[in-house]
Design a protein around this ligand. Structure first.
Ligand code: SAM
Length: 195
């Protein structure tokens, strides 16, 4: 579970980020200035695109897990979409603190609950979103699949397009069906469904 990659995104100013939904509505997310990852990077935007897609198709999900919350942007977005029972995991104390500040700043209905072990099998989710680069995702495809409820969805982001086939190959060894991709060169996000 250890990950030695460093995740920093310099956000020098407080800023409200607007996400446009397909129905013309907008969702505003206020992020305090800080250095935790998660605002305008393509890997974040591609995770948001995947969440938007699932929301448009199926409505809200509950319970959900934001694995590697960084600034907290994905948890806040899910909350503002109406998703319920949102859990967040973040192993960097500084980023976790910034997530909490941003949760408070957005006065979201129910502050996402932080969990220390995202792969604790006592908890199962209908949706897991994970934007973590490096070996974390390929090393944990099994764990990511195990914490999903049957028919639950997994969104992964944080890697290059050239890794797509490898990750789809890994998913075939688990109970995961590839559903959809979003890309913005060189990055890609993938959605899987557990069967
Ligand atoms: C690329 S950032 C993603 C932040 C945000 N979710 C987004 O999509 O922009 C990855 C985050 O995952 C955290 N992280 C890395 N390994 C982790 C692990 N094993 N458990 C929990 N969080 C982890 C990092 O500290 C970092 O904040």
């Amino acid at each position: 579970m250890k990950n030695f990659d460093i995740y920093i995104e310099d956000r020098p100013f407080n800023k409200t980020h607007t996400i446009n939904l397909y129905d013309g509505k907008n969702i505003n997310i206020f992020l305090n200035k800080g250095t935790s990852f998660g605002s305008e990077h393509d890997t974040t935007i591609l995770a948001i695109d995947a969440l938007k897609y699932l929301y448009e198709k199926f409505g809200f999900f509950s319970p959900c897990l934001d694995l590697g919350s960084g600034s907290g942007i994905l948890s806040i977005f899910m909350d503002k979409l109406g998703f319920k029972e949102i859990f967040a995991a973040e192993n960097d104390p500084h980023s976790r603190k910034e997530s909490e500040l941003n949760f408070n700043a957005n006065s979201i209905n129910k502050t996402p609950i932080f969990i220390d072990n995202p792969f604790d099998l006592k908890n199962n989710y209908n949706l897991v979103v994970c934007n973590i680069s490096g070996n974390f995702i390929p090393n944990n495809m099994n764990n990511l699949c195990d914490i999903l409820k049957p028919n639950g969805y997994l969104i992964i982001s944080g890697f290059n397009i050239e890794k797509k086939e490898r990750y789809i190959g890994l998913s075939k060894e688990k109970k995961l069906l590839f559903i959809k991709e979003f890309s913005s060169k060189p990055w890609i996000s993938l959605i899987f469904k557990k069967f």
